[in-house]
Design a protein. Structure first.
Length: 175
């Protein structure tokens, strides 16, 4: 590859702009987003039509704070859903999930998650422009259901989470 080609490839990767389908804003596919004094680099997955669903600004606005440590949880971050002993004592920004029992969205930092086996979902864009919990069975839940120990290679990988849930489903169906 000569330099000229390298430059063209670079432009294709980073210069291309999209009109985000769900919010209608003009956006690049990758860039930095900012929320709660933290920056994070993001590359948005493209949807079926080959464009982005949301712009980087809207993705940034969907950031929430961990119920336990207050650190930001960005879109596509893995999350825990622990049940608090005293829900009323949690900070106001804590995001609740479920009613009975109430669990709250927490981050996967070592100080907040007991183990990567507690990864219970991902923080994902909802159609209403707010983030939402995309639930996946945690490695711990899969272990309880199948009786098989689970190895987590990458706790932040949605692909791996979905694949191991599918394997567990097939195993349980065959059993
Ligand atoms: Zn937008
Ligand atoms: Zn946390």
């Amino acid at each position: 590859m000569n330099l000229r080609h390298a430059w063209i490839d670079f432009r294709l990767l980073f210069g291309k702009r999209y009109t985000a389908e769900k919010c209608g804003h003009d956006t690049r596919r990758s860039g930095r987003i900012h929320a709660f004094d933290t920056y994070r680099s993001k590359q948005m997955p493209l949807n079926m039509n080959g464009t982005a669903d949301w712009c980087l600004d809207c993705i940034g606005k969907m950031t929430i704070r961990c119920a336990w440590c207050g650190n930001p949880i960005f879109i596509a971050d893995p999350i825990t859903l622990y049940v608090p002993n005293k829900p009323d004592e949690l900070p106001e920004y804590a995001v609740r999930y479920g009613d009975d029992p109430v669990s709250v969205v927490g981050c996967m930092l070592m100080s907040c998650a007991d183990t990567s086996a507690d990864r219970s979902g991902f923080w994902m864009p909802g159609d209403d422009g707010k983030g939402r919990v995309a639930r996946v069975p945690s490695p711990f839940e899969i272990m309880l259901a199948t009786g098989k120990a689970q190895v987590v290679e990458d706790v932040g990988s949605i692909k791996e989470a979905v694949a191991s849930a599918r394997r567990a489903e097939e195993f349980l169906r065959g059993a």
